[in-house]
Design a protein around this ligand. Structure first.
Ligand SMILES: [Zn+2]
Length: 521
């Protein structure tokens, strides 16, 4: 499969997926199109920039049968972009059983010229006991294997370039997700879909969702990933940052039917809106009262269109953040819209794979706000670099609070320190970055970061374990005979804290920063 990755930030990527019906730029939202009752036209979807849709092969088979094979699914849907077909696995989830054999569904998807097809899977959803979830995973794997074997025996007349997606199941059971992903990868699938987080989303269990995606990404770091049933504007930045390239949903329509109006930070009930926080063609055409006065069917269609604008806008905003290297900041902003999302992003401190796609150097300064930011890939990388830094032939260490002017060696303070402490290793420090040796203080992000300095005195030292780690490592490996610390309020707290080994080990000379500045030595 051709999947060209153009830009990355965290685990997110802007990529181009090659399909029989054109190139699809990812990340993308994939609107669910009903094969029979679709009230938003596919041409509207196309005009909005959705060049890929997903439809249900099982419903198409039941409703159209041979007609779909003769016409092809593109004519049935009146859409010439990329069409992904879901096997009907979701119907399995809803009705517990469906009347179609895995190979029949597979053959049908090929015969209707689907661009991306899915073997019949058995979604585990959320809340299944381990044993049962394992059975579902095994059944899905069996179907997937048989489907690929069956397709490889068929003539390839209609299958030229068609992509088969490996459906990963396992729900909240992380070892099942890993097992499922590894097995499908071995079978030779080259695009993957993570199964049915719909129930997780409805329960706002974003942490479990994040963990599922992380487990999968460890097994399949590079290939394109689809997330089934994820269509909430709030979760889009989260799942893209974790490495999902596509995600489908019927949310735009389901929410509209329920009079729910999407916006960048969630949904509102139409009745509780006084002002539309949107300027799309729908929101400029109607006032809230006019919208409420519409016939229900008409209102649903108009609301669904607005919802699509919001989803499209969210995807564009995420892509723009990737291009600017500001996806971390963007995700953190979004996370403040819901406590459950805020909880989920705390897991980012465990996800070292987020560093893989993060540039070594960025043009923009790093904005640092909160304790979670000490775990940014750029910061981790810098701290690693410092832990390998060896101060040559310097017996004395001077630690000084990082000033706002970068780089430090260009400042007057640096010159003054050099004069007063001859032949010393001079370093600055910052609660997020830890120790910054002045020799490498011009390296990103030491040279490019902005932090709210006036708040340092309010920081709790327990919240900055990476600072203490950085300080301890640096002083331990460099064997200084004398340590002089010019301590700001944050450093004073560190030195008084229980976790502080530096005072016990090195008995440093401590000068108060304010007094040091006042003395103008
Ligand atoms: Zn709107």
């Amino acid at each position: 499969v051709s999947f060209e990755i153009r830009y990355t930030d965290l685990a997110a990527r802007i990529g181009i997926l090659d399909t029989p019906h054109g190139l699809v730029e990812t990340p993308t939202f994939v609107p669910v199109v009903h094969p029979v009752r679709q009230s938003i036209s596919t041409s509207f979807l196309r005009s909005l920039g959705f060049h890929i849709v997903i439809t249900n092969a099982y419903i198409a088979l039941r409703h159209y049968g041979r007609e779909a094979i003769e016409k092809g699914i593109h004519n049935i849907l009146n859409y010439d972009g990329t069409i992904m077909t879901d096997s009907g696995g979701y119907q399995v989830l809803e009705y517990r059983s469906i009347q179609a054999e895995p190979l029949q569904i597979a053959q049908f998807q090929r015969d209707i010229r689907s661009d991306i097809a899915v073997p019949l899977d058995k979604p585990t959803g959320y809340g299944l006991k381990y044993e049962k979830a394992k059975r579902f995973v095994d059944e899905t794997l069996k179907n997937a294997k048989e489907t690929l074997a069956f397709m490889s025996k068929q003539d390839y007349y209609h299958t030229e370039g068609m992509l088969w997606l490996g459906p990963i199941q396992g729900g909240e059971h992380s070892d099942l997700v890993s097992y499922s992903a590894t097995s499908l990868d071995k079978m030779g699938f080259n695009i993957f879909g993570l199964g049915s987080p719909v129930e997780l989303m409805e329960a706002y269990e974003f942490s479990i969702l994040a963990q599922m995606i992380s487990n999968m990404k460890h097994r399949i770091p590079a290939k394109p990933i689809h997330l089934f049933g994820a269509g909430h504007p709030l979760t889009i930045p989260l799942v893209v940052a974790l490495g999902c390239d596509m995600f489908d949903s019927a949310s735009y329509m389901l929410y509209a039917k329920d009079n729910r109006y999407m916006h960048a930070y969630g949904t509102l009930r139409l009745e509780e809106i006084s002002y539309f926080p949107c300027c799309c063609s729908i929101c400029t055409e109607y006032t809230v009262d006019e919208m409420l006065a519409l016939q229900p069917e008409k209102r649903t269609v108009e609301l669904a269109k607005h919802n699509l604008y919001v989803l499209k806008g969210e995807i564009s905003a995420v892509k723009q953040a990737i291009m600017q290297g500001r996806l971390w900041e963007y995700v953190m902003q979004k996370a403040r819209a819901h406590p459950k999302l805020f909880e989920a992003i705390q897991l980012f401190k465990n996800y070292e794979f987020l560093g893989d796609g993060t540039s070594l150097f960025k043009e923009k300064a790093l904005f640092l706000f909160d304790t979670i930011d000490q775990y940014r890939p750029e910061i981790r990388r810098f701290q690693n670099m410092v832990s390998n830094f060896r101060s040559t032939d310097k017996k004395k260490l001077v630690l000084y609070p990082e000033p706002s002017v970068h780089p430090f060696y260009c400042t007057k303070e640096y010159g003054r320190l050099l004069k007063r402490f001859k032949n010393a290793q001079i370093c600055t420090y910052n609660p997020f970055l830890g120790v910054i040796p002045s020799e490498i203080c011009d390296i990103y992000p030491a040279s490019h970061n902005l932090t709210p300095r006036s708040l340092y005195s309010e920081y709790l030292i327990e919240d900055y374990p990476t600072f203490i780690e950085s300080l301890t490592k640096f002083t331990t490996v460099n064997h200084f005979e004398e340590i002089i610390i010019i301590a700001d309020s944050f450093m004073h707290k560190i030195l008084c804290g229980d976790n502080n080994t530096i005072t016990r080990q090195f008995q440093p000379q401590i000068l108060d920063y304010e007094e040091y500045i006042a003395s103008k030595v």
